[in-house]
Design a binder for this molecule. Sequence first.
Ligand SMILES: NC(=O)c1ccc[n+]([C@@H]2O[C@H](COP(=O)([O-])OP(=O)(O)OC[C@H]3O[C@@H](n4cnc5c(N)ncnc54)[C@H](O)[C@@H]3O)[C@@H](O)[C@H]2O)c1
Length: 335
Amino acid sequence: MNIIFGNNASAQLESLMVGYDNIFILTDENISKIYSSMLASLPYKKIIIPAGEENKNIDTVNFIWNRLLEGNASRDSLLLNLGGGTISDIGGFAASCFKRGIDFINVPTTLLAMVDASIGGKNGINFNNYKNQIGTFAEAESVIINPQFLKTLNERDIKSGLAEMMKYAFIADDSFLDLDSDNYLSYIEKAATIKNDVVNMDFKESGLRKMLNFGHTVGHALESYYLDKENYLTHGEAVALGMYSALYLSVKYCGLDSQWLFFYEMWFKGNLNILNLKDFDVESIFSYISHDKKNKNGSPRFVLISAPEKPQIDVEVSVDDIKEAIFILKDKFSE
Ligand SMILES: NC(=O)c1ccc[n+]([C@@H]2O[C@H](COP(=O)([O-])OP(=O)(O)OC[C@H]3O[C@@H](n4cnc5c(N)ncnc54)[C@H](O)[C@@H]3O)[C@@H](O)[C@H]2O)c1
């Protein structure tokens, strides 16, 4: 996949958009307000959807397909997804199914989407409150990463992206162990490159790519549980918590030195918002894990590590140990 990076990356967009009979920009209500004059200056049709994970569903996809039809989109049309991971997930899905697939370009505007979600061709929506149950594998023609967009992103979403970036320290590149809320800009290109390289080696996630799911088994369960609650968790926050559980299980199952669990707890408390998990019960979170896409023959599989940069995929973990890991997480992150 073609990734263009830098503060002037957006300038190259025009040359990528030639040859299409119709161009549509998909974005959410927040971005359309913040970047209203930039959007108004672009001679393309706009599709604006409500912001937030709770709208990453089939009703919103229907809305997008209707706008594409009304705007006479054909197989030679282009959808430009301008936004965070919610926009690239839902826009990529809508584009990859519309008329059996039209081209799309991702322009990520959140840290999390720049370093992860906009790259790699996994598109999808939530279904019945379960994360990403319906989706496709289809790659964007290009991903344009312009860190200038981060100037308007709020602190909570910056920290959410930071958590997903820290994942790379454990699975792929231990130089990310020095990552923090002051230096993250210098890590964006490296993180995007790691994601792209892993995807290029295993696009359909039959092996290696699974390592990118580190922290996501418990993380997705937490994110699903909180999806319709007022004290919702962002995707990055949920993954950050899920990584604590994954490290806890890594000590137990893969011989990881427990100093890494301590290191991560300190990093979390120093760089992310303190989250209060006192309202969840272990059984509810476990019931989401039992529906995880990564399960095999009904039994949950985890990505764990034996050391930083040494991921172990498809590790079978006992139900009792999963529940213990969730209990410990609740204990650590409840006031
Ligand atoms: N497909 C993948 O490989 C993959 C990987 C990781 C995460 N994801 C998905 O990504 C989603 C989370 O993405 P996210 O964290 O980017 O959330 P998001 O897209 O919901 O954006 C978070 C918030 O930031 C706002 N926003 C976006 N850009 C902004 C900007 N530049 N300035 C001000 N506000 C801005 C949005 O309107 C929204 O309110 C989840 O649905 C997750 O499942 C997908």
